[in-house]
Write a protein that binds this ligand. Sequence first.
Ligand code: GLN
Length: 239
Amino acid sequence: MKLTIGHLYPDLLNLYGDRGNIQCLMKRCQWRGIEAETIAFESNDRVDFSGLDIVLLGGGSDREQMLVCEKLKEIRDDFKSYVESDGVVIAICGGYQLLGKYYKTDQGTITGLELVDMYTEQGEGRLIHNIVLKSELFDMPIVGFENHGGRTCIQNNKPLGKVLTGAGNDGTSGYEGVVYRNVIGTYLHGPLLPKNPQLADWLILRALKKKYGEEVELTDLDDTQEKEANDYIYKRFVK
Ligand code: GLN
């Protein structure tokens, strides 16, 4: 089995080491004998979704998002078909905001991809916190760090998790992130996946099932260190 990960616009969207999520996905595949490769598409490259199994859209500043938004127009239809045919996506912070209809800032409105029915508007002050969530998808809590000026409204979509500490989507709803088909959008930087191995495996398993059939299962890995890292953050900020 083999998975191909597409890293979209690492030249513009790569805040706080979001690239580390790719290393984590690659390693967790390779440790199980699953081949993994990553294709980085910079802002001037043509993105071909047909060969991709997981897409990562990282975070960026408002300025970079403004630049990226022009590129997104070119790939919007192909990206939409990829998502609607259950392609796997992990979109972080700036990338998460771009999944929606728009991100309104005091410098102007950035048009999004409209892949998920949601929108973001800049609020007063930035939401900068260590953050911990409880997600229905996983036993382990999801831990991370958030730093965003935008407040995201996910309409009737499912959130990724309930906020145990931190601000989340808008600082008031008590929820963070979004889950739509095989797309996860979240404000958690970090990188997110190394200390949230169940989330990493959710993405890998979804991608494998789509490609090779529902019967595919993942072998367990020794996640002692990953669990310790996760538990450390949980105990420090929640208990
Ligand atoms: N520029 C966006 C905001 O401030 C996203 C920032 C980020 O990716 N950390 O809301």
